[in-house]
Design a protein around this ligand. Structure first.
Ligand SMILES: Nc1ncnc2c1ncn2[C@@H]1O[C@H](COP(=O)(O)OP(=O)(O)O)[C@@H](O)[C@H]1O
Ligand SMILES: [Mg+2]
Length: 234
């Protein structure tokens, strides 16, 4: 479902942010992308939602190919279709500050052209899933960090994505709240959605034996192959 074939990324003329990355991620997997700050975690995720394109190599995501989205190929109008299959959760939330919780989530669904009745039904469904139904009329700045992150998760899943990408979703939260956010991502994964979570939260990584893709200065040092995935703890 997601494949990187010898991907190298150079930003401007700096050193390689990704170096010859080849990997495969199957449908339904839960994966940690780990590594020190600057190792290339965010860059790797950006290649999955094709915010960045490889300097060398190819990325294949849900039937879309990075080569066909290059500006000179004039196929970038396909990008919104790919993005609808992906839900993205950022460390810094990126909520619309002047809209309430309901509207923040509804906005993501309206841009797909969904009918208002369907929007209402689905938004209340995902707010219930994330435990935020009673806060639907609050503005983001009236919520705690953990609650804001749950709004982001609701927004990420409202269009029933195939893949959820979470870039250090617990990076700004304390441990208890981080574990709540993490449980929510596991719940979403248990329903069949692929979850790719960049994190350097050792507490979480060490307790859950999901596959770990470990990056070091743009290279994968382990976890590229799904067959090396350790068995889940029971
Ligand atoms: N937009 C950019 N322009 C230039 N260099 C960048 C850009 N984004 C990231 N980099 C560089 O690429 C490397 C990997 O960064 P990043 O993917 O953000 O790492 P991580 O998310 O693991 O902290 C770093 O050396 C960083 O400075
Ligand atoms: Mg990052």
């Amino acid at each position: 479902m997601i494949r990187f074939s010898h991907v190298t990324k150079l930003y401007d003329n700096s050193s390689e942010a990704l170096s010859d990355i080849s990997l495969f991620i199957d449908k339904g997997e839960f994966i940690f992308v780990t590594g020190a700050s600057g190792a290339g975690k965010t860059t790797l995720l950006k290649h999955i939602y094709m915010e960045e394109l490889p300097t060398i190599g190819q990325v294949f995501v849900c039937g879309y190919e990075s080569k066909k989205l290059e500006p000179r190929r004039r196929r970038r109008n396909k990008l919104p279709l790919l993005r609808r299959k992906l839900g993205i959760v950022f460390q810094d939330f990126r909520l619309l500050g002047d809209r309430d919780v309901f509207e923040n989530v509804a906005f993501a669904m309206r841009v797909t052209g969904a009918k208002e009745r369907a929007v209402k039904r689905k938004v209340f469904e995902v707010l219930a899933l994330t435990g935020l139904s009673h806060k639907c009329a609050y503005l983001p700045n009236q919520l705690s960090g953990g609650e804001q992150q749950r709004v982001c998760i609701a927004r990420a899943v409202v269009n029933d994505p195939w893949v959820v990408l979470a870039d250090e979703p617990t990076g700004n939260l304390d441990l208890g709240v981080s574990l709540d956010i993490f449980s929510l991502l596991r719940k979403i994964n248990s329903w069949g959605t692929t979850v790719i979570m960049a994190t350097h939260d050792q507490y979480i990584i060490e307790r859950y034996h999901y596959r770990r893709l470990v990056l070091e200065r743009g290279r994968i040092i382990s976890g590229a192959d799904s067959t090396v995935r350790p068995k889940l703890w029971r």
